[in-house]
Design a protein around this ligand. Sequence first.
Ligand SMILES: [Zn+2]
Length: 207
Amino acid sequence: MLTSASMMPLSHANVLKKRQTMAIKNCVRLTLLMWISRYTMDKFIRPSFQYCPHCGAKTQDVKIEGQTVKSCAAKCGFANFDNPAPVVAVIVETPDGVVLAHNTQWPKGMFSIIAGYVDPYEIPEQTAIRETQEELGLKAYDIRFVGHYMFHAKNQLMIAFAVKAQGDITLNHELDEYKLVPVHKLKPWPGATGDAVKDWLANKGVC
Ligand SMILES: [Zn+2]
């Protein structure tokens, strides 16, 4: 016969309740850890090139000019120098403030300036104009170089620009929320894009 918790002596009911609370807490903790791990793995995973992408042979570490390079053991010519990928970050300043956007893949509440990979045959200034148009639906003008920054976790060389833009913002499929932050209220955050914002504000004499 099953006995409900309410019929148990008080001490047993308390023990049961404590166990249930602990189980819920552990479940929440585990879910959170799995979510963070998955987010980190998805976002920051880098190819290890254990096998040659050209011929499928195993790779081996070879020292070339002091750098350890993954090279094809079958000597087909493949070698991965792990060069960083160029990415452009854009500080978009509108009459109502700087645009910070939320990517659909990011945790809720995380906002940043927009960014995107440099396309083939594109120079970084063109990327800044294209990304502003594609991601926000705005025409960029008065394009200024801000600086170079390394995003080591993703092996990206971030080239930052500041542009001016005006008009109605239309987010593309990558973004689902944005906010306009007045320049004097903009606070830099840790990381490459945050460093770009910090330098840009410093150049304007804001902080
Ligand atoms: Zn090969």
